[in-house]
Design a protein around this ligand. Structure first.
Ligand code: SAM
Length: 392
């Protein structure tokens, strides 16, 4: 493909991504993969260049652009030589007309930028949300006890002993060590969230929003496969991905529990006041994961955010009923918005003055309210809020 044809391909894909973002359609990655499937003439170099153009354009536009072409012209404001690709050549984009619509830059739609500012996220921290993420892994101590061989070479050591960082794009999933369950792909921020729980062998632990089990597997490893570990979620599809992952990782103690939305407490009735730890990795806007899903900032709406905040508050209160005296709830969101983090814990502690903030000591994190925040720019992780509170 010519360089201009690649730009036109990226414009077409961006059109699909913009439509999907407005109508809650498939994520960008899936739309890109579909385009490649439908256009088999694109070679591997074409694919790499097109993917890069698409993601660069998404990152370059704060608000949702009016079209893929407007988004690409927005990117051309940063990468001036891109304008030369609008040459009207065969399969290339038509020449640029005067007064054409050019998508606005910025970090995110204005309402979201305002919320980030109100949540004291600085300009550099906000920009860092759109950086490229490296590839972090966790050594699975269930299968690779300390001192054993088999740890992949070349990884950068990180402030958690089992965390190793590789460059973005490293194909870890093709490695024998991954197939054998010796390592897991997991952002350092997620690993820190699991460390904050403080789960130990023999404990009873509930991972209340387990999804496909990324954190469940880390908890099983921290518990050395000894104790009780319930992985609950309302999403059948995500939860169904957990048992095969647990099998590969040798996480024998993980048991799944599918919840009915709105009926979670009934399904967990037998757990009232019994758990040592409950992890609430709450559903959230995902402002901390824009490095991986930059188009997520075009998808979220104020109304959806409001609904998420309500669900988070409900799940936090449910979690509190499940822990025993002396037990802990660890509340985590991959968001930097205070409404989804600090304010949730502040409100809970105000309503429940007998509970106390009892944050675990972590090697990274900026104190924020009763917990800490992690920033891509400062800590090299996804953005997170993590707090741990204790029942008297
Ligand atoms: C941030 S994701 C969890 C990611 C997962 N813990 C991991 O480490 O891979 C939030 C999860 O909350 C789940 N969820 C949403 N509403 C829920 C509810 N009412 N009760 C339990 N889980 C819920 C979603 O299905 C989603 O899997």
């Amino acid at each position: 493909m010519t360089p201009s044809a690649r730009v036109q391909a990226a414009i077409e894909i961006l059109d699909g991504i913009i439509t999907a973002a407005r109508g809650q359609g498939p994520p960008a990655d899936r739309l890109i993969a579909q385009w490649f499937k439908d256009h088999r003439f694109a070679g591997s170099k074409d694919k790499r260049a097109i993917r890069e153009l698409v993601y660069d354009a998404i990152r370059a536009c704060g608000p949702v652009p009016s079209s893929g072409r407007a988004a690409m012209l927005g990117l051309a404001e940063e990468q001036a030589d891109l304008r030369d690709r609008f040459d009207g050549s065969n399969y290339g984009p038509a020449a640029i007309e005067e007064d054409e619509s050019v998508a606005a830059g910025g970090i995110a739609p204005e309402w979201l930028e305002n919320l980030l500012i109100a949540s004291t996220v600085g300009e550099d921290e906000a920009k860092g949300l759109l950086a490229r993420a490296p590839l972090d892994t966790r050594i699975n101590r269930v299968k690779l006890p300390a001192g054993s061989d088999g740890i992949p070479e070349g990884g950068e050591a990180l402030p958690l002993p089992d965390a190793l960082r590789f460059p973005a794009g490293t194909q870890v999933m093709t490695w024998e060590a991954w197939s054998a369950g010796l390592i897991e792909v997991q952002d350092l921020g997620s690993q820190l969230a699991c460390a904050a729980v403080g789960a130990a062998p023999g404990d009873s632990v509930i991972d209340l929003c387990a999804g496909a089990g990324g954190k469940t597997l880390a908890l099983a490893a921290a518990m050395a496969n000894d104790g009780t570990l319930v992985a609950a979620d309302t999403d059948r599809r995500r939860l169904s991905q957990l048992p095969p992952r647990a099998e590969r990782a040798g996480a024998r103690i993980a048991e799944t529990l599918l919840l009915d939305p709105g009926q979670e407490a009934q399904a967990l009735e037998s757990w009232q006041g019994r758990a040592d730890h409950v992890l609430v990795d709450a559903p959230c806007s995902g402002t901390g994961t824009w490095r991986r899903n930059p188009e997520a900032r075009w998808r979220i709406t104020p109304k959806e955010l409001e609904k998420l905040v309500q669900v988070q508050a409900r799940l936090l209160r449910l979690a509190a009923t499940l822990v025993k005296s002396g037990g802990h709830v660890t509340y985590v969101t991959c968001s930097l918005l205070d409404d989804e983090g600090k304010n949730q814990i502040d409100a809970f502690l105000a309503e429940n003055p007998d509970w106390r903030a009892d944050m675990a000591e972590l090697p990274l994190g900026t104190p924020h309210g009763a917990g800490v925040r992690l920033f891509p720019s400062t800590h090299g992780t996804d953005g997170f809020f993590i707090a741990r509170i204790g029942r008297p």
